[in-house]
Ligand binder design. Sequence first.
Ligand code: ADP
Ligand code: ZN
Length: 216
Amino acid sequence: MKVVILLGAPGSGKGTVASRLAEQDSSLRHVSSGDLLRDAVKRQTPAGVEAEGYMKRGELVPDAIIAQMIGDLMAGITGECTLLLDGFPRTVAQAEILDGTISKCGAELKGAILLDVSDDIIVERIAGRRGCPKCGAGYHVTGLPPKVAGICDKCGTALVIRKDDNPETVQNRLAVYKAQTLPLIDFYRGRGQLSCIKGGIDPLEVIVAKAKQALA
Ligand code: ADP
Ligand code: ZN
């Protein structure tokens, strides 16, 4: 198993790029920490119950909760594939735990890809973000609209706005990103494992193509 980390602020497009990449190459597997956590909250598992309040406030859930979920998932994977980790690690402590998990599984860290997007674009992105509560597909009202407004292209379900995509929580998530996740950029750069993609202006296809190059 190989591991690629996607780094970037909330709304930088990590999830969209990762799901496009995985659609185009069956050896890639998209793992979103936010989706794992939202699913645990929905099912009200012990981890989900503990995580819920943090997520509502736009804070990070404790490292141990998410690291355990990712560790369990990685331990259950057999056969060759490349994991695209979207949203994990988000702190240096999580990155260190991930190093341990990778060596325990006999996996290999291929590197980290940073989607670098400016703050004003981030705020606009998150304000227009819509998601499918059934299949998880992501949209944007102007940047990546569904064929029929408000309806998922893939499964016909009515799209929703995520609970934590309100303006106050978004500001908090950006502050948390800067304080706790930005240090990861130097962490991976220092090891020569960082590729950087300007994520703001180019169309999605161009960004996906650049990410593919970084994976090669
Ligand atoms: P975004 O990248 O748009 O903020 P995510 O879906 O990745 O959204 O994350 C949503 C929320 O889930 C975060 O605000 C945080 O509360 C929690 N979360 C996700 N990944 C992690 C992580 N690696 N560590 C701690 N909390 C996390
Ligand atoms: Zn759907």
